[in-house]
Design a protein around this ligand. Sequence first.
Ligand code: IMP
Length: 192
Amino acid sequence: MRICFATNNQHKIKEVCALLDSSYTILSLSDIGCLEELAEEQSTIPGNSFQKANYVFQKYHVPCFADDSGLEVDSLNGEPGVDSAHYAGPQRSFDDNMNLLLKNLNGVTMRSAQFRTVITLVTPQTTQQFEGILRGQILHDKRGTEGFGYDPLFLPDGYNRTLAEMSLEEKNKISHRSKAVAKLIEFLTSLR
Ligand code: IMP
């Protein structure tokens, strides 16, 4: 089965290919000739994930899945959430985003949060969503240099190192994204 992963992030594509058997061929957006930027105009993570997968399926007639992720902080009513990438502005700076988060949590003692990924799969037969969640705490200071985004501020529950103090392999074992991918793979494998 040929299936498009609506991303040009080769790292994400490699990760998924490694988990699927050879009956699946994963195509990137450029592989199917989709060179335009995919709109993310919805107000929720599941909404944006669906918008991207459905756009590609409707326009290019290829079964497709898309992911969308964000950090949801409980005491900020789930913010930055769908706005995680551009929380502090359109420059999409990881450092600016983290600094704004720390400012908004200044004096706040309840610092529980979660990373959430939603993957939407759209095929001619079905539309399915798969969710992965990683719970943790937002620290008062950044720690570590690995990873990206909010990783230096995020201490996963049950660990004493932030995501930015873990290797990629360690992070992949517990991450929101890998949990959602595992559910997608389980579903795709059950179709065979
Ligand atoms: P995307 O939907 O995977 O592009 O994620 C959107 C934004 O959420 C990213 O730009 C980051 O700010 C944040 N984010 C998503 N996943 C992670 C993660 O694993 N670590 C840190 N930040 C993340």
